[in-house]
Ligand binder design. Sequence first.
Ligand code: SF4
Length: 337
Amino acid sequence: MKPFAYQRAEAADSAVATVARAGAAFLAGGTNIVDLMKLGVTAPDLLIDVTGLPLRDIEALPDGGMRVGALTANCDLAIDPVLRTRFPAVALALLSGASAQLRNRATVGGNLMQRTRCRYFVDVTKPCNKRQPGAGCAALDGEHRDLAIMGAGNGTDRPARQPLCIATNPSDLAVALALVDAQIELLTANGPATMSVHEFFRLPGDRPERDTNLPPGALITAVVLPATPIARMSTYRKVRDRSSFAFAAGSVAAALDVRDGIVRDVRLAYGAVAHRPWRAYAAERLLRGQAATVDSFERAADEELAAARPLRDNAYKVPLIRNLTVGVLRGMTEASW
Ligand code: SF4
């Protein structure tokens, strides 16, 4: 590993000012960045350890929302009784991530900053546009079973050339945050700022080296879950190659309000299908006001997945997400009878 300097942050504003220096990076739980440093994927000259900052509070807001400090450990948030009541999909997503040991160490803010697990991104001997813009993408003709089927520019939106990156976002938490329209609080060099989770994550487009739209040097200070009554009836289901300590092959977060057999409201978000958590707006639009039946759920999933452009080895994700969508919504409908 390349030698680097280490500093403990005394205050958030001075940490942001220090990390503005070229080659500096924040260190929180370290469950991703340290691995990437060992592999030579990233090589900061200076790590600013922010774990001593007072950003660990979990607040139940009086309006029904929650505010979670960015340094809250994933395990602490997952077992919070208010979260489990108001936002069960968020709790389930947290519990489905990584292993107990990693959830104990990893933080909420760090979870949103984790990088793709594309095998070529972490192999510095292989071409990767995300690691080295312009180098090419080894995954297109290589191992892409785990990678994106949507939003990479493969197909309809840029038919003239291949996508630059088909990486997926690895976070389970991010999918549940997309479901509830979470807000992300930041401290930037110009002061505090807020971004919605939908602004925060991005598709690769022509800048695959950028995972998020986080302003350079900004520190995530908190995540706000806005009051969302439908989220009390929400869930998260993840499919993976083994039952623990594995990234998703596909996942679905869902919230559903069914009355008298009719879908009054619904929210759906997909994981492991794109460079960002994928909110399934087309499926939601189709379902609202429809009978809560398997036929409606199938048509809604098909509507959303019409945008999928799978490659040679990841076409299985289309029926996987379709079946997950139908299975989750059907289970929630039966639970509400
Ligand atoms: Fe790199 Fe993205 Fe291609 Fe993976 S999919 S090799 S991260 S450019």
